[in-house]
Ligand binder design. Structure first.
Ligand SMILES: [Zn+2]
Length: 412
């Protein structure tokens, strides 16, 4: 397949407030060649008529864990590496079939998975990775619990762990450098307590200021940025002051700090659907009781935070952060956000805004000449009905990722 011509499409990528009606879009060699409100012709292209349908950029989820095949992350870390890799391939394929053609992994996925997608050993979304996240002893990726004291280096070689342990500025620098050497596109740190880990209450701050500054310097030296796991207002403020750019979750943020983020150019990736899913299914899927008890500390606050962030003008990107069996809810974040934000903002979070988070503006998340031909067709108008994006791709008859149709149920 070298050329495709989409005819009469309603084009929606979030750069304007409304979709562009009756546009033709020509694809050549995996890239968008031309977008026009006049009819385009091509002698060689396969023609697909999209009257009544919406053409969108492939969706981008900016917070996933493709290696999290179990809800109990301590147990996930113990699984054989081969099993974790094969299960990750299955999780990634399902993400792609929901219309997510790019995902940013916030801890766990390694360069091997990224290579496997690029060489098409597995069929999955484009993968942007941080390698293993950095956590302090007792922090959000220390799954040893109260009574285990085995050496923390143990986690470094486990495909199924989200992160590694680093204590002290030198260790933070060394592990950040190791992850960058290993192919990390950015650095992730756990700078606050978390739900899924056993010994770090939500209010606990993770890492000293000096350790965060060291991570930020290492990332900047490598021409990239730090993303941090953060819930509380205090932790968010401290991380942003240290130069952390990508604020993950931010459930307990207050208006002053939201304004500070907006002024400093930081952005937020809320992940409400995971708290919703954990509240409903976490216990039955093996989430330890210590974690179940923490869900409500952040769940409802996270929904209110959407309005706080929107009012402050903070850029938000789409995130799901689901674990194990709960991955099937990945698209439900669209619905949750739609209760609090204008639909166009929700669309932007998974298209133009998400591409900015990835540093791939103009390449992904837009329907414009030169961009990758990562595209989905939606049967109807998602601005009028965000639920067209849920249902495991049921209302998405066509998914194009670069040069190949991942799915195409339309007659052309
Ligand atoms: Zn996460």
């Amino acid at each position: 397949m070298s050329a495709v011509l989409f005819k009469n499409a309603s084009v929606l990528d979030g750069r304007t407030n409304e979709a562009l009606a009756d546009h033709d879009v020509l694809i050549e060699n995996g890239r968008i060649k031309e977008v026009s409100d006049k009819p385009l012709t091509s002698s060689s292209a396969r023609i697909v008529n999209l009257a009544g349908k919406t053409l969108m950029p492939g969706l981008i989820d900016c917070h996933v864990h493709v290696i999290a095949c179990l809800a109990d992350l301590g147990a996930n870390a113990e699984l054989p590496n081969s099993l974790v890799a094969l299960r990750a391939a299955k999780i990634m394929h399902a993400m792609l079939m929901r219309g997510f053609t790019t995902v940013r992994d916030l801890g766990g996925a390694d360069f091997g998975l990224k290579m496997a997608v690029e060489e098409q050993t597995i069929i999955g979304p484009r993968l942007v990775i941080c390698g293993k996240a950095l956590s302090q002893t007792g922090g959000h990726t220390d799954y040893r619990g109260r009574y285990h004291h085995r050496n923390v280096d143990y986690y470094g070689d486990k495909a199924g762990t989200l992160g590694r342990i680093a204590d002290g500025v030198d260790a933070v620098r060394r592990i950040a450098r190791e992850e960058i050497k290993g192919g990390a596109d950015f650095i992730k740190i756990m700078a606050n307590g978390g739900v899924s880990s056993p010994t770090d209450p939500i209010a606990s701050l993770g890492f000293s200021r000096d350790e965060i500054l060291a991570a930020v310097e290492e990332a900047r030296n490598a021409q990239t940025y730090v993303a941090a796991h953060l819930y509380t207002d205090e932790a968010i403020r401290r991380a942003a002051e240290c130069g952390v750019l990508s604020i993950e979750h931010a459930n307990l943020i207050k208006p002053d700090t939201a304004r500070f983020l907006q002024e400093s150019g930081a952005f937020v990736v809320p992940t409400n659907v995971t708290f919703d899913a954990l509240a409903k299914e976490g216990a039955s899927l093996g989430l330890p009781p210590a974690s179940v008890a923490k869900i409500e500390d952040v769940r409802s606050a996270g929904l209110a935070a959407l309005e706080t962030l929107h009012q402050a003008g903070v850029m938000m990107a789409y995130g799901s952060d689901l674990l194990g069996e709960m991955h099937r809810h990945q698209s439900d974040e669209f619905i949750l956000r739609g209760h609090y934000l204008p639909a166009i903002e929700v669309i932007r979070s998974a298209t133009v805004n998400a591409a900015k988070v990835l540093g791939m503006e103009g390449e992904l998340g837009v329907i414009t000449p030169g961009a990758h031909a990562d595209l989905i067709v939606v049967d109807g108008d998602p601005l009028a009905d965000l639920s067209l994006l849920i249902g495991q791709g049921r209302h998405i008859p066509t998914i194009l990722k670069g040069v190949s149709f991942v799915k195409n149920e339309l007659n052309s």
